[in-house]
Design a binder for this molecule. Sequence first.
Ligand SMILES: NC(=O)C1=CN([C@@H]2O[C@H](COP(=O)(O)OP(=O)(O)OC[C@H]3O[C@@H](n4cnc5c(N)ncnc54)[C@H](OP(=O)(O)O)[C@@H]3O)[C@@H](O)[C@H]2O)C=CC1
Ligand SMILES: O=C(O)C1=N[C@H](C(=O)O)C[C@H](O)C1
Length: 234
Amino acid sequence: MKIALLGYGKMGKTIEKLAVEKGHQIVAVITGKEQLSKLSNADVAIDFSVPEAAVVNIERCFEQQIPVVSGTTGWLKDFDKVLKSCQNRNGSFIYASNFSVGVNLFFELNQKLAQLMAKHNEYKVSLEEIHHTQKLDAPSGTAISLANDIIAQSNYTNWKLNGAAQGEIPINALRLEDVKGTHTITYQSSIDTISIKHEAHSREGFALGALLAAEWLQNKKGVFTMKDVLGIQS
Ligand SMILES: NC(=O)C1=CN([C@@H]2O[C@H](COP(=O)(O)OP(=O)(O)OC[C@H]3O[C@@H](n4cnc5c(N)ncnc54)[C@H](OP(=O)(O)O)[C@@H]3O)[C@@H](O)[C@H]2O)C=CC1
Ligand SMILES: O=C(O)C1=N[C@H](C(=O)O)C[C@H](O)C1
């Protein structure tokens, strides 16, 4: 595949390394300093950039008929707008708050656990995410996905970063040197505690998942998720 990288930071560089190892070619690299042009020979654009840039860049790719895989977090208030743009342009799009295969399996585990725990009000749920100190957004996109999946299965109505009220899922976001991404969901009662945890050891899982999504998206039209890519039925 000929790949355009939108964003060339920690993730963009990891994707470049693994893409080249897999025999793909990087044909464009876009950062904050360059205009989004000259993408016309790319088979796919892979976006790991910043929230302020993601929407405009994704829509420009649709205009140029370039499929997009986006992993940038923090722009989801504009998600419906991007979906409509994709449909209007007959484009191809996959978004995931986390592309790692392990986290996508963890998402399924979280939903199943939330379903089981919904009948047991004696347990209170909470979420913790830990990331490196350069991370711009909090809570992480992954933590928001996990919380929304619990809400869909339970009586919780919302999530809250610090200071949750009754009916809200508390999320605690910690920033520690060089942590790639750790997410823990805890159900606690006065009797016992149940926890599930995913810990990324490197950025390679995110990058390999994004490349898998890009390969899968070739010659497909529409809006897809990692569930489609991994063939997960729930
Ligand atoms: N979904 C997933 O699996 C994962 C998602 N992420 C998310 O991906 C995003 C990027 O993470 P990370 O690589 O660690 O961040 P970095 O800060 O390391 O990199 C961000 C990159 O975006 C670039 N950028 C800034 N403005 C623009 C613009 N207008 N157009 C294109 N690129 C631009 C920056 O360029 P410059 O230096 O010139 O400003 C930089 O190269 C974050 O939102 C993060 O949360 C991260 C890991 C996994
Ligand atoms: O910024 C990061 O590094 C990560 N961001 C994503 C998120 O916000 O969930 C995914 C992963 O946890 C790493």
